[in-house]
Design a protein around this ligand. Structure first.
Ligand SMILES: Cc1cc2nc3c(=O)[nH]c(=O)nc-3n(C[C@H](O)[C@H](O)[C@H](O)COP(=O)(O)OP(=O)(O)OC[C@H]3O[C@@H](n4cnc5c(N)ncnc54)[C@H](O)[C@@H]3O)c2cc1C
Length: 446
């Protein structure tokens, strides 16, 4: 089967490296070197370990060293509630069943006390910075420079005979939701059985296909980020095995520890502030907490589209990565969700059957359910806040909980903790994550 992957960002190269483990597939990847990719100092989730292992992508952690990466064991949230200097932690889980039992035995504790006391991954994070180490890497996930990670994936793809073409697509010939061929800027025509769109927000294959795009901006206001790479002033304090998310007046700031630099980004709502004001807010904050001089800080502005295609697979076209969906950067879900897309696609390709309608429908349903389940979880970071010190937080927490969110809020209020923890949840965050979120946002008063 011939596959053309269009686009060479993290999603395109992840798809190429992973799917090419199947020797029956003949894969080409189109990499126009003059169109930039998104790369902000990404933070990932533990699914990345399963993804690498499943497709036999890397055998050791050399890729992490080469990507200037560090290990992470938790995601920490600061000032998402009015409690002064409040912090709650979302740890990764070593043994979820055991953790659930331990939580139920310790319900008098706050999220901070509970995670400190019970979660092994939290302890790993708290006891000094852990250098990259194969033995414990599987207990967590990673921060890395995505542009360097892509180079590592490219080596794997090349070693598995993926053909890489430094071209742009200038025309797509489609009829009745089927792509017949694509025309490159050198005049060549390429044909395939399956076309995978990894062109990010450009989403070029799907422009003329019949797939509705659902925007999430009516419930999730953040749509922009100011990003800065900082040299460390004090590695002891700044470099940690956790992604720190710190709420500000119009959104929140990520702190992602890389080797050599700290990547930060202020994710904000352009309905509530503008890029210039957000830049000043971020730089003032970085001066206050770390002591950077504003004039030394060079920033970029990234706009993003929060939403999802209703169907990510139409005819012989599949959309993976930012071309298919993006929620927002909180909780590091972008890479994990597209890895889940590739895993689902691989299951179907491995059966070696043609693209029967029922498989497409199943794929679309599975992917949509995962994305929407994660969206529910992410919205709760705002809905549960009791902050009312800016219009952003007032608006963000005024969103009416949907049925799933209401169910969890009610269960929490009624102290039905066991029921929360035994709930079946689709997506990439399980019931433990939901419980710790409710506890962490100090939902006792709602
Ligand atoms: C502000 C921000 C912060 C984020 N933080 C995180 C995070 O911490 N953790 C996480 O998991 N995810 C994060 N994400 C999401 C993550 O960056 C993306 O999921 C990931 O980089 C995949 O992007 P992509 O490959 O789909 O798109 P891109 O990186 O945009 O790549 C698109 C590719 O398509 C190519 N292309 C474009 N047009 C054409 C054309 N006409 N012909 C051929 N090729 C073309 C481009 O050259 C490029 O190679 C973040 C996203 C944003 C916006």
């Amino acid at each position: 089967m011939r596959i053309i992957i269009i686009g060479a960002g993290t999603a395109g190269y992840s798809a190429a490296a992973a799917l090419s483990h199947n020797k029956k597939l003949n894969i080409s990847l189109i990499e126009p070197t003059d169109i930039p990719t998104i790369g902000v100092g990404e933070s990932t989730l533990p699914l990345i370990n399963e993804f690498h292992k499943k497709f036999d992508i890397f055998s050791d952690l050399q890729w992490l060293e080469n990507s200037h990466g560090t290990m992470k064991f938790t995601i920490d949230f600061r000032n998402f509630t009015t409690k002064k200097n409040s912090v709650w932690s979302h740890p990764f889980y070593v043994n979820p069943d055991l953790e659930k039992i331990h939580i139920l035995d310790n319900l008098n504790l706050t999220n901070e006390e509970l995670t400190d006391k019970l979660f092994y991954t939290q302890k790993l994070k708290n006891t000094g910075f852990k250098k990259n180490n194969q033995d414990i890497s599987n207990l967590g996930a990673y921060h890395f420079d995505a542009s360097l990670y892509v180079k590592e994936l490219k080596q794997v793809a090349l070693s598995r005979n993926v053909q890489i073409l430094n071209n742009k697509i200038i025309k797509i010939n489609q009829n009745n939701n089927i792509t017949q061929n694509v025309i490159l800027d050198n005049g060549n025509t390429l044909e395939a059985d399956l076309y995978i769109d990894c062109t990010g927000f450009k989403n070029i294959l799907f422009e003329n296909l019949n797939s509705k795009f659902t925007s999430f901006t009516d419930r999730l206001f953040c749509d922009s980020a100011i990003t800065i790479r900082l040299p460390y002033i004090n590695e002891e304090i700044q470099k940690v095995n956790a992604t720190l998310c710190h709420a500000l007046d119009n959104g929140w700031v990520w702190h992602t520890s890389l080797e050599g630099t700290l990547a930060v980004g202020y994710v904000f709502s352009s309905q509530h502030t503008n890029a210039d004001a957000a830049t000043i807010e971020l730089k003032t904050y970085l001066t206050e907490i770390y002591g950077y001089e504003s004039k030394d800080l060079h920033h970029n502005v990234v706009k993003f589209r929060s939403g999802s295609l209703e169907k990510s697979w139409i005819g012989n076209n599949i959309s993976i990565g930012l071309s298919s969906f993006f929620i927002e950067p909180i909780e590091s879900t972008g890479i994990a969700l597209f890895q889940a897309q590739i895993i689902e696609l691989n299951k179907i390709l491995e059966t070696n059957m043609q693209f029967a309608t029922n498989y497409r429908a199943l794929y679309n349903k599975t992917i949509k359910n995962k994305i929407f389940a994660v969206k529910d979880f992410i919205e709760m970071h705002y809905i549960l806040s009791d902050r009312d010190d800016s219009q952003f937080w007032i608006d963000a927490k005024s969103i009416t909980p949907n049925a799933t969110q209401k169910k969890f809020i009610d269960l929490y209020k009624e102290k039905e903790f066991e029921e929360i923890m035994n709930s079946e949840i689709e997506g990439i965050f399980g019931s433990l994550s939901w419980f710790l979120l409710l506890l962490g946002m100090d939902t006792k008063s709602i």
